[in-house]
Design a protein around this ligand. Structure first.
Ligand SMILES: [Zn+2]
Ligand SMILES: [Zn+2]
Length: 343
């Protein structure tokens, strides 16, 4: 029985192009007690592999967090399979607005300690005492209230290309860092202000809202389904859209355009641009914003050093990478002194 990928990303890309069939990019999460995450993981992999589902899925004792691409014609099967799992019955599926055939090129189902790396010790607070969920309509009303503090729970490279008007966007690399910074900034408002938070698909707010309530914030609200679901509701219900720019997403597309505003700049030349890319040097893989002109001039690299490396023979590049564990973790996401226009 096959429990792991056999095709490389390149081979998969070719197959997808040849097949040309419609796919749906979607995500969902659920906090639930899972007794044996490994067994559950294998169950998911076997079924989804058979259904030609691709994506990145994390399974832990605390639940599941999944980002997927599903063949449109297998969607009914996929949905039935989910509904057959008691804690996933009628789980909200966040369906991406912009569809891309190649949003995911592999099926990776991983067992982790947690479904979001939040760095929190869950035993120290009541994780079920979460904030009040609000939909797009209520969220729009709330954030007009002068008594509201609106907080973006995402990292700097995400809010840089798009965020809600008037939101606090902490300049952080990790979710854990943002929790402390926000608490510190807002400590005088715990009693009287309403704390309203949002993230990409809602999952980070599930923990953050419980954490802030534990820390003494009295009025905590969270955007249900995050920016993805907000954009869908705004479109379907003809509501005012208070988000500007692009929603950063964690798949091949890297961003989903919500409005035409381009609020960020190319990190190499400073021109308006909101397209993320990863440095073409495998050993670097830095995530940064690069315009088309710079992509050509810099050969998709972040620096002249990286250009030199990609011109070396593959064997030589491999030799240089040796002994450097997990190379793309060495660089902080989206930060490098070599990028002239990265604040
Ligand atoms: Zn540029
Ligand atoms: Zn680089």
């Amino acid at each position: 029985m096959q429990l792991y990928n056999k095709l490389s990303a390149k081979e998969r890309e070719k197959l997808l192009e040849q097949a040309g069939e419609e796919r749906l990019t979607l995500s969902f999460y659920q906090y639930a007690k899972i007794g044996n995450p490994h067994l559950f993981r294998n169950h998911l992999f076997i079924t989804w592999h058979e259904q030609d589902v691709l994506g990145r899925i994390y399974v832990a004792h605390e639940g599941i967090n999944a980002q997927l691409s599903v063949p449109a014609k297998r969607f009914i099967d996929f949905k039935q399979f989910l509904d057959g799992i008691y804690f996933l019955k009628d789980v909200r599926l966040n369906i991406a607005i912009e569809q891309d055939l190649k949003s995911f090129l592999k099926l990776k189902v991983k067992v982790r300690d947690k479904i979001v790396a939040d760095g929190l010790n869950d035993a120290t607070f009541d994780v079920t005492n979460i904030g009040t969920h609000v939909d797009a309509l209520k969220f729009n009303e709330l954030i007009d209230d002068p008594n509201v503090v609106l907080v973006d729970m995402r990292n700097h490279y995400e809010s840089e290309i798009g965020h809600f008007k008037n939101a606090i966007t902490p300049d952080v690399d990790t979710f854990r860092d943002s929790l402390d910074i926000i608490e510190n900034n807002l400590k005088d408002y715990k009693e009287d202000k309403k704390l309203v938070m949002y993230c990409t698909g809602g999952i980070r707010c599930e923990k953050a809202s419980a954490y802030y309530k534990h820390k003494g914030f009295k009025n905590v609200f969270q955007l249900e389904g995050g920016i993805i679901e907000y954009a869908r509701q705004v479109e379907n219900q003809g509501l005012e859209n208070k988000f500007i720019g692009k929603n950063f997403v964690f798949d091949h597309r890297r961003g989903e355009r919500i409005t035409d505003d381009v609020i960020s700049h190319c990190h190499q030349c400073g021109e308006p641009c909101d397209t993320h890319t990863n440095c073409a040097n495998e050993a670097c893989h830095l995530l940064f914003i690069q315009c088309e002109k710079c992509a050509v001039a810099m050969e998709n690299c972040c620096s002249s050093e990286c250009i030199e490396i990609i011109h070396l023979p593959e064997d030589e590049q491999k030799r240089l990478r040796q002994g450097i564990p997990n190379s793309n973790k060495i660089f902080k996401k989206g930060r490098s002194e070599k990028l002239k226009f990265k604040k």
